[in-house]
Design a protein around this ligand. Sequence first.
Ligand SMILES: [Cu+2]
Length: 318
Amino acid sequence: MNAAIRLGAYVAGLAVVFGGALGVGNAVGEVAPAPAPTHGAAHATPTATEEHGGHESQAAAAKDNTPGGLQVSEKGYTLNPLTTLKAGEPADFRFTVTGPDGKPVTDFQVQHDKKLHFIVVSRDLGSFQHVHPVEAGGGVWSVKLTLEDPGAYRAFADFAPTGGSGLTLGADLLVAGEYKPKPLPETNRESTVDGYTVALKGDLVPGRSSKLTLSVSKDGKPVTDLQPYLGAYGHLVALRGGDLAYLHVHPDGEPGDGKTPAGPEITFYAEVPSGGDYRLFLDFQHEGKVRTADFTAKAGPGQPKPTAEPGSGHNDSH
Ligand SMILES: [Cu+2]
């Protein structure tokens, strides 16, 4: 119940991030929560904004329709890295998030069991880390971090300040040394990690909530005892090639709701803002360990039409 409310609030927060000022037109003093979105609709934000917003909020939304993670500073909040990392050397990486008053923020809402989610990727989208810093006091966050290779990295802080909406701020981290840029990995439908195979079904469609199904197997057998990780059977982060626009998507259903199986399939609804190449990173937990499967997926023009499943939903057996 609490988890459901938290998830709802989190998803509503995400809707604000992607769609702009959802609910800006609400009457002053109204304390009712934002309309509980269904999972499918939760990420379909431009439409949701048009439905819920008045003239002003539509204007704000048009201005504010930027995906998360592209800005180091947004709505008065700024991500400030405090540590310079050296290639291959583990370090205590520190940063602050400062608020509209210029001071480090110390009050955050818990989302998916954590006050702040921190994701670090190489700019070429070859490496991905999802870590959870701890607050070391005074609004300074601390996390053990190793960046293996020299080059440019992007760090994302995904959080919601108490009383505010969800935000994802992004900052570049630069690691000195000889840098060998790599092209984006080829498009793939199957990813292997640590003896696990994860298969991706579904296609990203720009501007539309797209169903993605990820199936986890090990040694050729479907895994049916995935473990909840941060309140879900999987966490999927999608990053757009070219600018690393950040989309955090969530599974359809959650552990303990009586209908969501613990694998092998994890279903997500993702909406990407444009055509192009995306990197997808799935965190899942099994036998006490979190692993990450990665994919490259194309959205929009250039996407081969699915032939086996002409209409999504028709393949569901009843
Ligand atoms: Cu996290």
